[in-house]
Design a protein around this ligand. Sequence first.
Ligand code: GSH
Length: 219
Amino acid sequence: MHSLRLISSSSTGPIYRLIYFNLKGRAETSRMMFKVAGVEFEDFRIDQKRWAEFKHMAPQGILPVLEVNGKKLPQSGAINRYIARELGFYGCNNWEASRIDAVVETIGDCLHDLDIWWMIRDLDVRNKLQKHHEGKLIPKALARLDQLLEENSEGRGFLVGDKISLADIHAMNYIHDYLPTLHNIKAEDSFPRLGDHARRIAEVSQIKEWIKIRPFSKF
Ligand SMILES: N[C@@H](CCC(=O)N[C@@H](CS)C(=O)NCC(=O)O)C(=O)O
């Protein structure tokens, strides 16, 4: 993305630029970690209509890309973990980091399936897959998340350990945004503990403020 304008920062830390479309999608968890940590980053959004001009500059021809002092990192999972490690959202030890991974992977199972669904053009197949996804896969994934939550402080605190992590923010985005918007599913109807967790995370002051002011996008 070298042709994009240079950014400046008054801080002495790394200069971060997160490049994505005007979507929450695969970048919102990263954005929220920056916000909660109070670390400056450039939230660079490419107009999808102009994507062809920029695509060749993205390392894998896809977004998001995180630039750290001009170096480019692709893949949202890697970006999330990089930010989580740098800014303290990846637990206190290897065990906690791996439990955080377990949460992210549980959500990843659903998102992977969603990717396949998006690509299917045959309406009949698409509807069948959607029914399976919403009727079977999502409830199973929510039950697994609920169990992970219950195993940590009986579900009254965070998903892992005793402070907010990548797991909490990622799960909140999935439950708070993806499920109601894309599937018309309210997790709290069947899993009140998970719904309560998402509500509490969305109430964290920096997240609450960001949700209020962030650029509008449906997904
Ligand atoms: N596994 C990648 C997938 C990235 C991906 O598919 N990004 C989409 C937007 S959500 C994209 O860049 N599409 C444009 C294209 O493929 O040209 C990740 O998680 O970052």
